[in-house]
Design a protein around this ligand. Structure first.
Ligand code: DSN
Length: 425
């Protein structure tokens, strides 16, 4: 290094702005002191955080490496080139775009590459496990496109592929989207490919939730089947908050033009550098061990919760998350979330397929294992967590909150997140 490193100076922040410094430390305390079971969250590494908190944040670099609209991009170009090469290697992808600011931006760019307003989009309904951006009425995807929605079969709670085929034949969508935010089972990408080919549709896989499991070679990849795969970089993948797109070479130009200049302006070069660091982490053999343990833990947690009387939707999980139907306990998702939260267990209420409750109440909860697995927890810890959740959910009057909180403290004490000692502010 020819220049001394100039990175985040927490003491300077604390001296200048103690209000925000205390937000930073309080949030670290919150992460360390509770069980983080939100299926879409994780603990990113110090190396990723170092790239994120760097002076790369200063650079405007509209365009792509070697083809920018600003001078002085020769250094940041290297970060994007390295990241793209790593993404291609990791996913066996023909083309990679690391510029989307988020998963929603990645999806917006993918739609923009192939569709005009008013075109038909076939996506999975949000209450069945899909995503806001897959055609929900309140999202641009439902407002600007003719969104047709498929779901899961009521009996099996697995994706209803017959319905997908029937709807595709009836509506001849321009794009078919699979993936979502509460799908515990594997998706059959080959069937989606077959349906897309039959009706001449572009197949997009929104792999945000499970791309980390693909990167870790723990589940099959959608890349060989899909025209375009969008994802976020901060879930199981464990990178910085952000989005990315991989696609076939034939769609590269359209995707790049849709990401910039159609949907976004200047890329966040600090985030792109952090994505590159994360992709290097995912190429290490240890990451594959992590990805397999994420699934093992999710399955152990699901079994434990089933033993507590919480019914696993779709009969269990093949991935990092489980959806639990609470109706047999008589407790709503909303109350379950609040009772767990009071004891330091952070999870979210979630609609279950064909939910009789509104989404703001919900009959289910969603749990995920990415963060607790990063902390080094294993199957026996998942059994303990399941038992704590079961106790918390049934604890109508809060009389057992302290007991559950003590159990949480024991677990996180044995497996601390960001284990360095706290700094005094
Ligand atoms: N909101 C994210 C999740 O929690 O799954 C998806 O965008």
């Amino acid at each position: 290094m020819s220049t001394p490193y100039w990175g985040p100076d927490f003491d300077a922040l604390a001296a200048f702005d103690p209000d925000i410094a205390s937000v930073v430390t309080d949030e670290l305390d919150r992460l360390r002191s509770g069980l983080q079971l939100i299926a879409s969250e994780n603990f990113t590494s110090p190396a990723v955080l170092a790239a994120l908190g760097s002076t790369l944040s200063n650079k405007y670099a509209e365009g792509y490496p070697g083809r920018r609209y600003y001078g002085g991009c020769e250094v940041v170009d290297r970060a994007e080139e390295i990241g793209i090469a790593r993404g291609k290697e990791l996913f066996g992808a023909e083309h990679v775009n690391l510029q989307p600011h988020s998963g929603a931006s990645a999806n917006l760019a993918a739609y923009g590459a192939f569709m005009q307003p008013g075109d038909t989009l076939l996506g999975m309904a949000l209450p069945h496990g899909g995503h806001l951006t897959h055609g929900t009425k309140v999202s641009f995807s439902g407002k600007w496109f003719n969104a047709v929605q498929y779901g899961v079969a009521e009996k099996t709670e697995h994706i209803d592929y017959d319905q997908v085929r029937d709807l595709a034949r009836e509506h001849r969508p321009k794009m078919i989207v699979c993936g979502g935010s509460a799908i515990p089972r594997l998706i059959d990408f080959a069937v989606f490919r077959e349906i897309a080919d039959e009706v001449g549709a572009i197949l997009m896989v929104d792999a945000a939730h499970f791309i980390g499991l693909v990167a870790g070679k723990a589940i099959p990849s959608p890349v060989p089947y899909a025209d375009v795969v969008t994802f976020t970089t901060h879930k199981v993948l464990r990178g910085p908050r952000g989005g990315a797109i991989v696609c076939k070479a034939e769609h590269a130009k359209a995707i790049d033009k849709a990401a910039f200049p159609m949907m976004q302006g200047g890329p966040l070069m600090h985030a792109i550098a952090a994505k590159a660091v994360n992709l290097k982490e995912c190429l290490q053999p240890e990451y594959q061990t992590y990805a397999r343990q994420v699934i093992t833990n999710a399955q152990a947690l699901t079994e434990g919760l089933a033993a507590e009387g919480l019914r696993p939707v779709a009969g269990g999980t093949d991935t990092h998350l489980a959806l639990l139907d609470l109706r047999e306990t008589g407790v709503t998702g909303k109350d379950a979330e609040a009772r767990c939260d009071a004891a330091g267990i952070v999870l979210n209420k979630n609609a279950i397929p064909y939910d009789p409750q509104p989404a703001s109440i919900a009959s289910g909860i969603r749990v995920g294992s990415p963060a607790v697995t990063t902390q080094g927890m294993t199957e026996s810890d998942m059994k303990s967590i399941a038992s704590l959740i079961g106790t918390a959910i049934r604890d109508e009057d809060g009389s057992r909150t302290a007991e559950v909180a003590a159990g949480v403290r024991e677990l996180v004490g044995a497996h601390p997140a960001y284990p360095e000692p706290a700094r005094a502010v």
